[in-house]
Write a protein that binds this ligand. Structure first.
Ligand SMILES: C[S@@+](CC[C@H](N)C(=O)[O-])C[C@H]1O[C@@H](n2cnc3c(N)ncnc32)[C@H](O)[C@@H]1O
Length: 351
């Protein structure tokens, strides 16, 4: 017999989750259409004022605002019929240069929800869903999701935590950024270390094109190249540093990628491997970050790796021991946790 109070408690929680899932589309629209940006620092606005600022249709803007008020993202003053996005909320939803910004993650929802049919087939027949089959918004959304975190800590904390790497980068090192996506990590490193050379590789051509554009816009085109290449056979050798940012677990064959990375390293080169800070033990991921990782793994990381047909489809929470064992198999026997944040674990890996 189930306990009625516990049923009601759980019902309340799931109803709240369902409401948040419905609201996610509006949040994504707010990010895509620049509604939060337009409200940021603007004080009290009417729906007409916000529609004018964004070039959108007032009737829709009013309905969107009502949804925002219902979620307490936006405050409404019934006396003046105006709406405010508090500065503290703008820091989370409007300004993508802040480490507190999480708007990018919402733009991943459309490609993930749209893949439900393909995912259902994969769950039935054991196939996968190709990275590119999620549609172009996925790569864009993933890049937007990771960017604020990298901006806040990659150069400031992660690279200094790697043994001997920062000094080499300052003097002039050669770096391969494997599975670089839109290249935010590559460009951040290139901006910080002008004497070094950076080579970004990804098998997804639209991402590589976006990365090239980003490098030009950032004024680092002289020291950065981006090429379409699979992780198991990216070109170049004698790299001082090979990086895998949030992608090793996405590869169908992470062992082949690590083998290629090991072969491409200079004598005392190292690998920087950035992975989600999630546990291989399901019961240890019961918090919003753990839940985000476990949930994206079930509908993106695992199926995308399965689509590559490799010997390992790890999911994004395989745990340090599984990754370490695959690295050791290809001669990368030194594996050290360099630093961790609430979202990521950063490993310093060597021969
Ligand atoms: C979760 S995204 C991370 C992208 C980027 N490193 C970042 O941190 O924003 C995973 C990336 O791995 C790339 N990828 C997946 N399988 C690959 C493979 N076999 N070879 C090269 N790139 C691959 C995808 O195209 C995607 O850009």
């Amino acid at each position: 017999m189930s306990d009625e109070n516990r049923v009601m408690e759980f019902l309340e929680r799931v109803v709240a989750d369902n409401a948040a899932a419905f609201a996610g589309v509006s949040t994504s629209l707010g990010v895509r259409l620049g509604l939060y940006r337009a409200m940021s620092g603007a004080g009290a606005l009417t729906s007409e004022g916000l529609a004018e600022k964004t070039g959108l249709v007032e009737r829709y803007v009013r309905e969107w605002l009502a949804a925002q008020v219902a979620g307490a993202y936006v405050l409404h003053d019934p006396k003046t019929n105006t709406y405010v996005l508090p500065d503290e909320h703008a820091a989370v939803l409007a300004d993508d240069s802040l480490p507190t910004y999480v708007g990018g993650g919402f733009t991943m929802l459309k490609p993930l929800y749209s893949a439900e049919e393909a995912l259902a087939s994969a769950y039935r027949n054991g196939g996968g869903v190709n990275w590119e089959d999620y549609g172009p918004e996925l790569a864009q959304g993933v890049a937007a999701f990771f960017k604020p975190g990298y901006e806040a800590v990659l150069v400031q904390e992660w690279l200094p935590a790697m043994e001997g790497v920062e000094a080499k980068l300052r003097q002039g090192a050669s770096v391969a950024d494997v599975g670089c996506g839109f290249g935010h990590s590559t460009v951040l490193m290139a901006k910080a270390f002008p004497h070094s050379r950076f080579h970004g590789f990804d098998f997804h051509e639209p991402s590589v094109e976006a990365a090239r554009k980003l490098a030009e816009e950032a004024g680092v085109g002289d020291r950065v190249t981006f090429e379409v290449a699979a992780a198991h056979d990216f070109p170049g050798d004698a790299y001082d540093l090979v990086t895998f940012f949030d992608c090793l677990h996405d590869l169908g064959d992470p062992g082949a990628a690590l083998r290629r990375a090991e072969k491409s390293l200079a004598d005392d080169g190292s690998l920087l491997v950035v992975e989600p800070n999630a546990s291989a033990e399901p019961g240890e991921n019961i918090d919003p970050i753990g839940r985000s990782f476990a949930s994206t793994s079930a509908v993106l990381c695992l199926p995308a790796a399965m689509a590559q047909g490799g010997p390992h489809a790890l999911g994004n929470h395989p745990g340090q021991d599984a990754l370490k064992a695959i690295a050791a198999e290809v001669g990368l026997r030194s594996w050290r946790l360099a630093v961790e944040t609430v979202t990521n674990r950063i490993y310093d890996v060597k021969r």
